[in-house]
Structure formats: structure tokens, C-alpha cells
Design a protein around this ligand. Structure first.
Ligand SMILES: [Fe+2]
Ligand SMILES: [Fe+2]
Length: 260
């Protein structure tokens, strides 16, 4: 937190762009709440002391720190936004809805699913880094992206370990990856957006969320790191080199097509 020059933020470059307000406020809510839905992940690895220690002492504090840094950014650029109140409303709403995450079904497959989650965050912050209209935000996004990519690497290492222990067939890894990709448009993002929006405009309806998603897709078309996301996303399948190359190109084209 100390190395981010919050006092050098040039608010005039971004403060009139509501899209960024909504994106960053939502992201701060979700990141700062990581411990609400990850307690059971840490418990799930009972007996694997190094992994548990890393989750507890490095991964979780880093995710929360992402939330705090984003919060500070948002409060600096949009000082009239009452972050605490909006966050409390988000938390109350989401806590009731948020079920304990279903983990597994094996430790190896859970690690494969985590690779997808970190692929999602790494590419989101890469997109933000590329698109940011304001230099300090660009710097912040780059730093968070580095953390997320490191999380990915750590989870991928753990995945390789458990894949060997459990003799996981590629087919079950594939199923897990697909399942996790399908879950990506999740409730946490929706509730976070809803409460950021409510706090700013006083009312909320579904069409606001739809148009926000349209804007995200527009941004993604220009700035989303498709190559990186696809590469990371299918890495756990460990496909033979030639198949992997072909699959990556097909997926990249498909993803771009879906976004248009
Ligand atoms: Fe994060
Ligand atoms: Fe992460």
C-alpha cells in the first residue's frame, strides 16, 4: 500500500467516467470480502501445512489488500461516495445469498478450479492496466495483476502435485474447468455492482447492470488479453503441444466472437 502514489492521482482524467467508478467500487467490495467465502477453502486443505499456511498468510491477505487499495483509489477520486455504508449494504445482501462454496470434488480438481478463478482476475486487471485513463490506476492494476498471476502459478503447482497424487484423468480436469468457467458471471459481481450503483444514483434496476456489462464487453474487445487468458485457462489440461496450439487459437477466436 505504501508504494502506491495515491497522492499523485490525477482525478480529472477519470472522475467523470461513471463506468470506472462502478467497476472499481464493485471490485473493491468483492476483493475485500474474500475471507467470507474462502474460510472453507483453507479448511479443505487440512493436513497440507505449506498450502494452508500460504493461503492463510499470503494469498488471503493479498486479496484483501487488493480490496483496500481499490477502496482507497475510489475514495480519492470520488470523495463524496460513502464507501462504508454502500459496502455494509452489499455485505448484508450478499451474506444472505452467499452459500458456502462447493469445493472439490477432490483437492486436485479444486486446484484446477482455482486456476480458472485466478485466470479471470489476472486477465481482468491486465485489461484494466491496458485501458486505464489514469496513470496511478494503471500502476495499481499492474501490481494487482502481478499478484493474481503469482496466485495462479502457486495454485497450478499445487494442482500438479495433487494431480499426480490422485492420478487425475484429463477428462475430469476438463469437466472441472468448464464448470468453473460457467460459474464466472456470479452473484458477488452482481450484488457489488448493485450497491455501488444504488449508493451513487439512489435507484437501481436490472437494465443498469445490463448496460454496464455491455460497456465491459466493449472494453474487452479492445483490451482483453485473450491470448494470455486462453493459455492460462487450458494449461491444467496439459495437452500435447500441437493439439494445445490449435486449441488455443480456436478458443481465442471463439472468445472474441462471443464478445462481439
Ligand atoms: Fe485479488
Ligand atoms: Fe488472486
Amino acid at each position: 500500500m505504501e508504494s502506491i502514489p495515491f497522492d499523485e492521482i490525477d482525478a480529472s482524467l477519470i472522475s467523470d467516467q461513471d463506468f470506472y467508478f462502478l467497476l472499481l467500487a464493485s471490485a473493491s467490495f468483492v476483493e475485500i470480502t474474500t475471507d467470507l467465502y474462502t474460510r472453507n477453502l483453507i479448511e479443505y486443505f487440512h493436513g497440507d501445512d505449506p498450502l494452508q499456511a500460504w493461503l492463510e498468510n499470503q494469498w488471503l491477505p493479498e486479496e484483501i489488500q487488493h480490496g483496500k487499495a481499490l477502496r482507497r483509489y475510489v475514495m480519492t477520486v470520488w470523495p463524496s461516495f460513502d464507501w462504508e455504508t454502500a459496502y455494509r449494504h452489499f455485505y448484508d445482501d450478499y451474506e444472505q445469498y452467499c452459500k458456502t462454496e462447493l469445493l472439490g470434488p477432490t483437492r486436485g480438481l479444486e486446484m484446477a478450479a482455482r486456476c480458472i478463478v485466478e485466470t479471470g482476475t489476472s486477465s481482468l486487471y491486465t485489461m484494466l492496466y491496458r485501458a486505464s485513463p489514469e496513470p496511478v490506476l494503471r500502476d495499481l492494476a499492474r501490481r494487482i495483476r502481478t499478484d493474481e498471476a503469482y496466485h495462479y502459478q502457486y495454485f497450478h503447482q499445487a494442482f500438479l502435485h495433487y494431480r499426480a497424487v490422485e492420478s487425475l484423468p484429463r477428462r475430469s480436469v476438463f469437466k472441472t474447468l468448464i464448470r468453473r468457467v460457467r460459474e464466472i458471471d456470479s452473484e458477488d459481481a452482481y450484488f457489488a455492482f448493485k450497491h455501488a450503483y444504488l449508493a451513487r444514483y439512489g435507484t437501481f434496476d436490472e437494465s443498469a447492470y445490463r448496460s454496464f456489462n455491455r460497456e465491459i464487453r466493449q472494453l474487452a474487445r479492445r483490451h482483453y488479453p485473450y491470448r494470455m487468458a486462453v493459455h492460462m485457462g487450458i494449461k491444467p489440461l496439459d495437452l500435447p503441444k500441437t493439439v494445445n496450439k490449435a486449441t488455443e487459437s480456436i478458443l481465442r477466436v471463439t472468445a472474441k466472437h462471443l464478445l462481439s
